[in-house]
Design a protein around this ligand. Structure first.
Ligand code: HEC
Ligand code: HEC
Length: 410
């Protein structure tokens, strides 16, 4: 027999059920469209690299990416730190090649949509970026002539298949570099201009082939994409793709009161720009001033879009020509990382300072003053003011848990 008590119980259960399944409002769906992978624009051209989309260049780049012999110890390849099975990073706080590097290894999928590379964005193209680790003593520990010699010895026909005739390396000097000090630097400085140019050209082409390979590393669809893409088409998502109530609430917070989308915007969850978010000093205790430290040097880079080894016309280097050089703007600022697959790659931030996603969320709620214990950069910057660009936010413990659930679904 059904009595009043039963009816009340059924009603209560119905109300509870409708509360626990959060509704997507038209606003939520409109915002979701900004983040799904199908909204990603076509891959932008790189006019500074005319081999950027050449499959033969990409094939050579792939060989080089995995080649340990392009290092002073024959033990380090790009793939040692950028491991394909770990989202092209290494899962440790500070990268380790020949020695320890002072920043965290960055994942590589999707970065080809941005304009600046490295945590501080000191490189304006992927080919120019690829040259730096070779000549960094703690990474590959090579010099440009050593890299060029190795590649032209091992892969001459592949190289010529892309870039045409390769120079004779018999009279190349051994171990010279404008970036090092001592004998390497003297060796470089005393080379005739044509020889420098010949070595630089081969080196730049190696970077261009590595960039062509890395441009093929595309971001992959996750559950959030599949769920929202189905909803946006008015279809029911597959059961395996359905987002849980906390995940949906987490998305609403992400674009709502948690204000994460101020910077983690668009289908790659990044504005491709630089911000100071008050991240603590790294575990080595070294102050890192981020983009402020290098912004004045970018245009001087011989491998920039405006340099001799770029394939771009000057008018195609607008990003570089019109970049902001405002040091104040970039105090302690680092590139906004993509959040796709973020749960799979702790620890977080530019030097792995924060161990878990829970702690990252707490960091945004606590919103510490940056550089509380930091010296001034070259005595020219007063870095003790509060430049944390992240907005003030308040989240309850439940809200933190929901935001976390959403980040994990990415
Ligand atoms: C010793 C580990 C290590 C090796 C070897 C290494 N990297 Fe990296 N990679 C890093 C670290 C650490 C960073 C961030 C450094 C910084 O910001 O100063 C980085 C950054 C990058 C970035 C920038 C990503 C972005 O979003 O801006 C790219 C691209 C990249 N590496 C590609 C390469 C290539 C190509 C090679 C081989 C030529 C290579 N790396 C070798 C550790 C390594
Ligand atoms: C003012 C811009 C800004 C806002 C707002 C912002 N972030 Fe970030 N986020 C960044 C930057 C910049 C970094 C890298 C900082 C660094 O390493 O010094 C970062 C790093 C992260 C990381 C680490 C990723 C990695 O691979 O290391 C996570 C996770 C993250 N943010 C999540 C969030 C969440 C969640 C919110 C909202 C509560 C949020 N962010 C709000 C700019 C922002």
């Amino acid at each position: 027999m059904i009595n009043k008590k039963h009816i009340i119980l059924v009603l209560a259960a119905l109300i509870l059920a409708s509360c626990s399944e959060p509704k997507l409002t038209p606003y939520d769906l409109k915002r979701a469209k900004e983040f799904v992978l199908s909204s990603l624009p076509p891959l932008p051209r790189d006019p500074s690299n005319k081999f950027a989309d050449d499959p033969k260049a990409a094939r050579l780049g792939e060989l080089l990416f995995f080649d340990h012999e392009l290092s002073a110890t024959s033990l380090v390849s790009c793939s040692e730190c950028h491991q394909p099975n770990k989202g092209f990073q290494d899962g440790i706080a500070l990268g380790f090649g020949i020695d320890q590097v002072h920043r965290r290894t960055m994942p590589l999928r999707g970065i080809q949509w941005g304009s600046w590379f490295f945590w501080d964005g000191r490189k304006d193209s992927q080919w120019s970026q690829a040259l730096a680790p070779f000549e960094t003593p703690a990474e590959h520990g090579m010099t440009r002539d050593m890299v060029g010699r190795e590649v032209l010895t091992k892969f001459r026909s592949e190289y010529e298949g892309v870039f045409g005739h390769a120079p004779d390396i018999a009279d190349w000097p051994y171990r010279v570099s404008p970036l090092l000090e001592g004998a390497e630097k003297t060796g470089w400085d005393t080379l005739p201009l044509e020889k420098k140019d010949e070595i630089n050209r081969v080196f730049a082409n190696i970077g261009k082939s590595l960039a062509a390979y890395q441009r093929t590393l595309l971001p992959e669809k996750n559950r959030v994409d599949r769920y929202f893409e189905a909803k946006l088409k008015g279809e029911e998502p597959k059961e395996a793709d359905v987002l849980s109530a906390p995940e949906i609430e987490g998305f609403k917070l992400f674009i709502g009161t948690a204000k994460c989308d101020n910077c983690h915007s668009g289908p790659l969850f990044t504005d491709h720009f630089f911000h100071n978010t008050g991240v603590p000093v790294d575990n080595l205790g070294d102050p890192d001033f981020g983009r402020a430290k290098i912004v004045a040097d970018i245009k001087q880079d011989e491998f920039s879009c405006l340099g001799d080894y770029s394939d771009a016309a000057q008018s195609e280097c607008r990003e570089l020509e019109f970049m902001s050089e405002d040091i104040k703007l970039f105090e302690g600022a680092f590139k906004t990382p993509s959040l796709r697959g973020v749960a799979l790659r702790p620890p977080y931030m530019h030097a792995g300072q924060i161990g878990s996603l829970e702690a990252v969320i707490d960091h945004y709620v606590e919103r510490p003053d940056p550089f509380a214990n930091m010296p001034e950069m070259d005595g020219t910057l007063a870095l003790h003011g509060n430049h944390n660009e992240a907005p003030m936010i308040e989240l309850s413990e439940d809200e933190k848990a929901n935001l976390l659930a959403f980040l994990k679904a990415l």
